[in-house]
Write a protein that binds this ligand. Sequence first.
Ligand code: ADP
Ligand code: MG
Length: 221
Amino acid sequence: MNNNVVVVERVSKRFGQEQVLCDVSLTLEQGKIHGVIGRNGSGKTVLMKCICGFLRPSSGSVRVFSRTIGKDCDFAPDTGALIEQPGFLPHETGLNNLLWLARLGKGATKKTVCEVIAQVGLDPALKKSVSKYSLGMRQRLGIAQALLDDPKLLILDEPMNGLDKNGVRDMRKLLLSLKEQGKTILLASHFAQDIDELCDTVCEMDQGVLTQVKQQGGAME
Ligand SMILES: Nc1ncnc2c1ncn2[C@@H]1O[C@H](COP(=O)(O)OP(=O)(O)O)[C@@H](O)[C@H]1O
Ligand SMILES: [Mg+2]
């Protein structure tokens, strides 16, 4: 059986004259946490958007669950994503925000919405509006949003961004529990320390060029 959830093959992406991804190849195995580290502006978000189907590569191909994005489907199937800041309604509760997004999406039920909120460690009954949430709570709600349709692949762009030590520790626990449920996770961070212990594989993006720095069991350089 093929264990590869994502296969990125020789993807390049340019915006006008600017080459943002250069011949990137990457394979993500099922049930693992895969990290991409790299400085701000190195191309991590663009790569994630190409995998989701939000951007089309200039050349090369992306397959997710054996389907070629842009050919077999427009967007990655069975995939939940948190890319940049999700646009929550600030004066509504977390529950109302996700109920609204569920209606716009595949129609997850209220029961499912409450379950995903609880799963990320938030209280579905919390009356606070999202504008009063801490950054960590907002990131959790973002992950709950990505989990709404019970995806098998999760693409999380800098979920640790701006979190304090405890927030990062809690986020790590949450991601490990999602991995235990069999989900495949792709995670970007500009802080190698944030994701080092957590990830089974780590790649580094440098000016659009991707290199593997850690494989399962191996140490980071
Ligand atoms: N839609 C876009 N149009 C033009 N340039 C873009 C676009 N999106 C990203 N870029 C450029 O691509 C480069 C990589 O950006 P990004 O993937 O967001 O980096 P990272 O996520 O690693 O911080 C940056 O120079 C950025 O300005
Ligand atoms: Mg980014």
